[in-house]
Design a protein around this ligand. Structure first.
Ligand code: BGC
Length: 367
């Protein structure tokens, strides 16, 4: 008799677990919020996935995260998959801001609310909201760091940018240029690696087309390998007057590390200050080791919280809160924007370890 009870109760537990599990797994394939991220090949977006998963633990909302692996075609397929699963809200960080328009237009046709995440989808009216960091401030902070650490005058300045298919690359560069241009004009810096930037160095404000010219020349395409090859080409071409103590505007951490490796192995480069962004773990180690000068910390927990908060508002038929708007070439997209924090070896512990973002034992030599 006792045995039978035991067997029965075990069965009950298993059955209950199956029901609970099916619930978490969106039984019937229904998903309410679909999330599409650009690539797993960059730690930045794996970090976003992790933070989404952390934020979603224990919520009643069913979500699914798909990666586009650097392909706009795959991205469109992902959006279609999520549309078929009945999503009500799409949170999407486009691989290519312009190419993603057709994917979100397909979602919009189904009555889905579209939230552009971190990168703005351009030239379409099918974007309802935008959650983002203050990207102009990111570029300005990188440039300010170079200005604050400039040595004397006439210092060679190497410029690098993100991918031209990413609207953020323009915002970062625009923010950086605003701070660097007066310091090029007053002779603190001399541009070392871009004839397009030299041609525009007397202009304080650049148009999109002018930015395009410079970005086209010094783009890394957000690819560390491309960044490395470009840096090598630049240093091979540079004369002695473009070496010594140098300043390097590197657009993000992935490219910063490979550019830093190249500059670090040139014996005619006496010292260099190099920027970054994203606070990737590998770059935090580089900062601790003195190989990368700074990073711009964008707390992904906040971005995830804002995006999910918006999605939940939409599901609950409430109006999401916004703080401003961004023009995407076609419409003004209502946006919620978050501030960024400059991190270097002096505050790395405070901002990234004490804040609970990373664990101290993820790194060696942190004090
Ligand atoms: C993001 C950066 C990231 C870069 C490359 C940008 O749009 O804002 O955080 O480093 O893309 O993925």
């Amino acid at each position: 008799m006792r045995k039978m009870w035991k067997a029965l109760s075990l069965l009950l537990v298993v059955a209950l677990a199956a029901v609970v599990f099916a619930g978490c797994n969106n039984s019937g394939g229904k998903v309410s919020v679909g999330i599409v991220l650009p690539t797993k090949d960059e730690p930045r977006w794996v970090q976003d996935e992790k933070r989404f998963k952390d934020a979603l633990k224990g919520t009643k909302y069913s979500t699914e995260i798909l990666f586009s692996q650097g392909s706009s075609a795959k991205e469109k397929e992902n959006v279609q998959t999520l549309i078929n699963k009945g999503i009500k809200v799409l949170i999407i960080c486009p691989q290519d801001g312009a190419a993603a328009a057709s994917a979100v237009e397909a979602a919009k046709k189904e009555g889905i609310t579209v939230i552009s995440y971190d990168r703005l989808i351009t030239n379409t009216d099918a974007v309802d909201y935008y959650v983002t960091f203050d990207s102009v401030a990111v570029g300005a902070a990188q440039a300010q760091y170079l200005v604050d650490h400039a040595k004397g005058s006439g210092e060679p300045l190497y410029l690098y940018a993100g991918a031209a298919s990413d609207n953020n690359a323009f915002l970062f560069f625009q923010g950086a240029w605003k701070v660097l241009q007066p310091k090029i004009a007053d002779g603190t810096f001399k541009i070392a690696n871009s004839s397009e930037a030299v041609a525009l160095q007397d202009k304080a404000d650049l148009s999109r087309d002018e930015l395009s010219k410079i970005i086209g020349q010094v783009t890394t395409n957000w690819d560390p390998n491309e960044a490395k090859n470009k840096a090598q080409t630049h240093l091979t071409a540079a004369g002695a007057d473009m070496k010594g103590d140098v300043a390097i505007l590197a657009p993000n951490d992935g490219t910063a590390r490979s550019i830093a490796d190249v500059f670090g192995s040139d014996s005619a480069v006496t010292s260099f200050v190099v920027t970054g962004q994203d606070a990737e773990k590998a770059s935090i180690q580089y900062i601790i080791d003195g190989k990368q000068s700074m990073t711009v910390f964008k707390d992904v927990r906040t971005l995830v919280k804002d995006a999910m908060g918006m999605a939940i508002n939409i599901l609950d038929d409430k109006k999401p809160e916004t703080t401003g708007s961004y023009n995407n070439g076609k419409v003004d997209v209502k946006a919620k924007q978050t501030d960024v924090i400059v991190v270097d070896k002096d505050n790395v512990k405070k901002e990234l370890i004490d804040s609970g973002y990373y664990k101290a034992d993820d790194f060696t030599g942190i004090q």
